[in-house]
Design a protein around this ligand. Sequence first.
Ligand SMILES: C[S@@+](CC[C@H](N)C(=O)[O-])C[C@H]1O[C@@H](n2cnc3c(N)ncnc32)[C@H](O)[C@@H]1O
Length: 272
Amino acid sequence: MSYKQRLIELGKQNKLILRLLFYYYCYLNKDLTPPQLFNYVGGEEFLRLGKGYFDLIKNHGGVKPDHKILDIGCGIGRVALHFIDYLDENGRYNGFDIVKYGPKWCNYKIARKYPGFAFRYVDIYNKEYNKNGTLNADDFIFPYKSNSFNFAFATSVFTHMLPDAVSHYLKQIQRVLVSDGIFLGSFFILNPESEKNMPHSRFNFKLVNKHYGVINKENLEEAIAYQESYLNKIFIASGFSVISPILYGGWSGRQGLVGGQDIILLKKTPER
Ligand SMILES: C[S@@+](CC[C@H](N)C(=O)[O-])C[C@H]1O[C@@H](n2cnc3c(N)ncnc32)[C@H](O)[C@@H]1O
């Protein structure tokens, strides 16, 4: 048996060991991009997609280098890593996620070296991402002080969360934002235009009730789309107003202004 064949055989017998070695190698090298093997957030183009969201947050959302930023459902730092060179010494970046591996990677690769960054794991149940989670998204209190962030965002997160959880998260976001704070969220929005196009796309959502639709009725949280009118209601009920225009994405096959999901910018409504 050749040297190469012996290595392949060894690899087959010791898959776990090789995986562990690879895992430690990835942690120890300087690369901030996780290898495809650990990239559970989807999308092979990790850097391009993350940079796309970063550009939207900066150019459309108006985030500034000295802002305090909250990344809800931060994953494995696909967006966070673009803020490393952007934030100044007054800026701060917090993120949390329900898949343990994500914040762990972000803390090791980013927060350990850059003190303005911190990431947390929270053990919330989600059928798609954390089947053994012990907490409910519907009543989870964000572990941050009220009025402590200028900007919050959730990219490709509410597209995996059910209505009560989305409503509750919006109220939490409203609580932690300062009085003129901004939230940027990505959604699959159902309206006449997307409904006309989506039967021909890979996202052909089927309505569960009049508020939302899903791709897979066995696993609702695989992908969820919301009726635009329903979103507008819960935004107002959570203390937000929509900043126009909504940037509709090309997910349904429509001619989108942005690549994938629809982007909504919300402003915290001043308290009366
Ligand atoms: C498609 S990934 C996007 C990750 C990241 N926002 C990005 O753009 O790279 C969806 C993320 O939402 C997270 N997630 C799902 N439900 C959540 C919840 N209730 N609270 C926080 N994060 C959640 C998942 O763990 C996963 O990391």
